[in-house]
Structure formats: C-alpha cells, structure tokens
Design a protein around this ligand. Structure first.
Ligand code: PEP
Ligand code: MG
Length: 323
C-alpha cells in the first residue's frame, strides 16, 4: 500500500488553501526507523521508550540505553526524534517490576507518576538520552502530565541532569527541547505558565479520549462507543489549540486518530498542524490533505457545530465525497 503513495514521499502535505501540515511518524523500536525515509515522515513525533524496557528481563543499564538512543538518532539521519520518557504501568507491566494490583491501572500509578516517585529510573533514562545526543538536538517529552507541578518537577530533574553532565565535563547536546503530552482533560485547563514552559505540546488522543468520555480504551464494549468527531471532543481540542496559540507553543496530535484520514483532516482544519502517526498512514493522510482546502473544511465543521449535531462526521464525509 505504501508504494501507491511513493510519488508523494518528498512532497509536502500542503492543502489547496495553502496550509501545510507536518506529518511525523510514531515509533518504539530500532526496526521502525527504516520507515522514516520510506514514509517521507519529517521525523519521529513519538518514540515510545517503554518498548525497550518491556522486551528485556532486567532493567536496562544506562550505557545500553544511551547506545540504543544514539543508534535511533543515527538512523533518523538528522530528522528530529521526540523521545517520550517511560510510560509504564496501566496496560504496560514490566516483567521485573512488582505487579501493583491496582483496581484501575489506567488511572493508577503509571507514566510520569512512576517517574517522579522512582526518580532513579527517570534520572538514568534522562542521562542516557543526554549522552546519546552529544552534538545534536535532544527532544524529550514527558507522558501523562495531569497538572503543572508534575511538569515542573520533571523539567527540573532534566535540568539537574544536564548541569550534572556539564559539571562532569561531558560534551552536551547542541539544543534541548522539552515538552509534555496532553492526555488528561485537566491539563487543558492548566495555568498559562504551563504552556509557556513547554517547547512543544503533543495531544495523546488515545488517553485523552478515554478520560474525556470515561470510556476504557482497552474495553471492546465501550472503546468505539464515542466518536472522536463528537462536538464535545472537538470543543476540548479547540480549547487546547487556543491555549497553545496564546502561549505560542507548537502543538501536535500523536494518538491513533491522527492516522485516520478524516480525523486527521478535521484536526488540521481546526488548527493542529503537526500530526504523528504510524508510518503506513502517512501516504493516505498526505494524499487527502493535498486534495482539499482546510479553510473550506473549517467552515463545514463550524456550520455542523452551529446546527447542533452530535458529531461532525456526517457533514465532513458528505463534503469530502464532493471533492
Ligand atoms: C496516546 O495516549 O494517545 C498516546 C500516543 O500514548 P499511548 O498510546 O502510548 O498511551
Ligand atoms: Mg497515552
């Protein structure tokens, strides 16, 4: 299927109205990296680092991780790679970690909550990332931030590790970009200072949607019950877009919905101009963006919302059929 879109590989995802959407890919293993050139992605918008921890029977050592992260960046050939720090807990249980037996793991001790409570692991991972980025830019993203304090703490730990490396006389990354994943509705309402502290924000739509609708993403009975194009969810996205624009912080969307063509178009029309998705989705999404006017689509969405519909999917699909 990728070949059908091969001719688009080096073309930008520019809509007929002139707006351009940057398309990045999601990854988690070294084996994913060849897709970067194959798909024409502008970089890795989400590198899920927990996969490296999940496939081992022991906690990886710092040197091991640094070597791995350096190889990931080498294989990205200068394109940016956004490393998300460990998102374990919930559905991702490490073989060498004591199972927590939580009644509700998705809302339990996971991701940055584990990182801030067990700082040794987070510090070790950050040291590995810093050492892997010598002479090149480092992009770090903290997952599952629910309030500004968690971001401030994680950010401070990263800054401490950077000064420690510097004190030790180690060579440094050429640039540091730090961001947060917005995966809980609470973060959309954080103080403006939070957005101003971020070099970028990325919407983790899988989790954001599960918490917004209170519908477990792992539960077959409810996971498809609510439409991503439900006007209530779009209102949440508009809130996030407005907050990021106000603070002039770049915003992306990296959940699975970013790779679904109609959803991708709607996100882009609302103003999310960076999408990160599985590599195979880049061709189809780019193909569609290049055929339409996002400003016209924006008017279709606004009109559907003004009519009081539950979801904009019907009118958007009908409009798309006319293009
Ligand atoms: C998300 O929640 O949308 C996301 C990208 O992270 P994950 O799927 O790994 O939870
Ligand atoms: Mg998530």
């Amino acid at each position: 299927a990728q070949d059908r879109y091969a001719s688009l590989r080096n073309l930008p995802a520019t809509a007929t109205c002139g707006a351009t959407v940057q398309l990045y890919m999601n990854a988690g293993l070294m084996a994913d990296l060849p897709s970067l050139d194959g798909s024409g992605a502008e970089g890795v918008g989400l590198f899920r680092t927990e996969l490296q921890f999940l496939i081992r029977s022991h906690v990886p050592r710092r040197a091991e991780l640094a070597g791995l992260y350096a190889r990931v960046m080498d294989n990205a050939h200068g394109k940016p790679v956004i490393f998300r720090t460990l998102d374990i807990g919930s559905d991702k249980v490490l073989p060498y970690m004591k199972p927590q037996d939580e009644p509700n793991p998705a809302m339990g001790w996971r991701a940055i909550r584990v990182g801030l409570d067990k700082r040794g692991v987070l510090r070790m991972q950050l040291q590995a990332l810093i050492r892997a980025s010598v002479g090149r830019p480092l992009h770090v993203m903290f997952p599952f931030i629910a309030e500004i304090g968690e971001y401030q703490d994680a950010h401070r730990i990263l800054m401490q590790e950077l000064s420690r490396e510097q004190r030790l006389g180690h060579p440094m990354p050429s640039d540091i970009r730090v961001g947060a994943m917005l995966e809980t509705p609470s973060l959309a309402f954080a103080p403006k200072r939070f957005f101003e502290m971020c070099d970028f924000v990325s919407i983790g739509g899988n989790d954001l949607k599960q918490f917004f609708f209170a519908a477990d993403r792992e539960n077959e009975r409810v996971r498809r019950r609510y439409d991503t194009l439900n006007v209530a969810f779009l209102a949440m996205l508009r809130q996030i877009i407005a907050r990021c624009e106000e603070a002039r912080v770049p915003l992306s969307f990296c959940g699975e919905d970013a790779g679904r063509p109609i959803e991708a178009l709607v996100f882009a029309a609302l103003g999310i101009r960076r999408l990160s998705m599985r590599p195979a989705s880049i061709g189809p999404v780019k193909h569609l963006i290049r055929r339409v006017s996002l400003s016209e689509l924006r008017a279709v969405i606004d009109e559907a919302e003004a009519q009081g519909l539950t979801s904009v999917r019907g009118p958007v699909t009908a409009w798309l059929a006319r293009q």
